[in-house]
Design a protein around this ligand. Structure first.
Ligand code: NAP
Length: 220
């Protein structure tokens, strides 16, 4: 794969998330989506300033980008894009998908992210165009009330369920929140995230109680 260029690539997965921090659940998700949807490549796109989150609520984008890069290094099908973290304004998904659609014409784009986020798509900027430009892979944890949620959201958007595929990932029992909480309580995170990410978190003192300089606020 490593000798292949983007020209050879037909199906591209865009793995969108805050990745604060990236963990094994995200990596299992991307690999499972790659296989099930015959993706030639998965591009991880860490959000810069997520539109639906408070300023200062997420760790500095540069830390999140570097942790994501460390996490995907060993998989030749995975890469990381800086497109959202370079933006000074909110990371609207429509801008990201347009960016890839313009640069990679003729490719089929899939946007992979948590089902909770995708099921709020009615509130996303230019969501109709987004549904035309890409297919969504909505990832769920076991026990997710999918039927209930689909009954609520699907009737509001005709054709939604043709453009959104649901994928249950048991490894998503791990969450970024769980990792942040464990670090702040001084508990081990070994095997929850790749070792280089674990080392990065400890080296930079991320997620410790009272840690102020993890904030994205200072960059905006
Ligand atoms: P979030 O609200 O932090 O996460 C919602 C749930 O989905 C969490 O349980 C999260 O688990 C999980 N999740 C997030 N990304 C995932 C992924 N790639 N694979 C598997 N599970 C994932 O969501 P977010 O990370 O801020 O946003 C998700 C994506 O949607 C981002 O790319 C964001 O830019 C986009 N989005 C766009 C708009 C818009 O354009 N208006 C609005 C909202 C979201 P973890 O915490 O463990 O990751």
């Amino acid at each position: 794969m490593s000798h292949r260029t983007m020209k050879d690539v037909k199906n591209i997965g865009l793995m969108g998330g805050t990745f604060d921090p990236i963990h094994m659940g995200h990596l299992v998700t991307a690999e499972e989506a790659r296989q099930q949807f015959a993706l030639d490549r998965v591009v991880f796109v860490p959000a810069g300033y997520p539109p639906h989150k408070e300023k200062g609520a997420v760790t500095d984008p540069e830390h999140r980008y570097l942790m994501t890069t460390l996490a995907v290094m060993s998989n030749p099908f995975f890469t990381v894009s800086r497109v959202e973290i370079e933006r000074k304004e909110a990371s609207y998904t429509i801008n990201t998908v347009r960016y890839f659609a313009e640069r990679l014409p003729g490719r089929r784009l899939f946007f992979i992210t948590g089902a909770d986020a995708i099921l709020e798509i009615l509130t996303w900027k230019d969501y109709r165009e987004l549904l035309e430009l890409c297919t969504f892979i909505a990832v769920t944890r076991p026990g997710y009330p999918l039927d209930q949620v689909c009954d609520t959201v699907a009737p509001k958007i005709p054709g939604l369920l043709e453009k959104v595929h649901f994928l249950e990932i048991p490894a998503l029992a791990i969450s970024s929140t769980y990792i942040r909480e464990r670090v702040s309580r001084g508990l081990t995170i070994k095997y929850l995230t790749p070792e280089p990410v674990e080392q990065y978190i400890h080296k930079h003192g991320l997620y410790l109680p009272g840690k102020k300089d993890c904030s994205v606020e200072k960059r905006l």
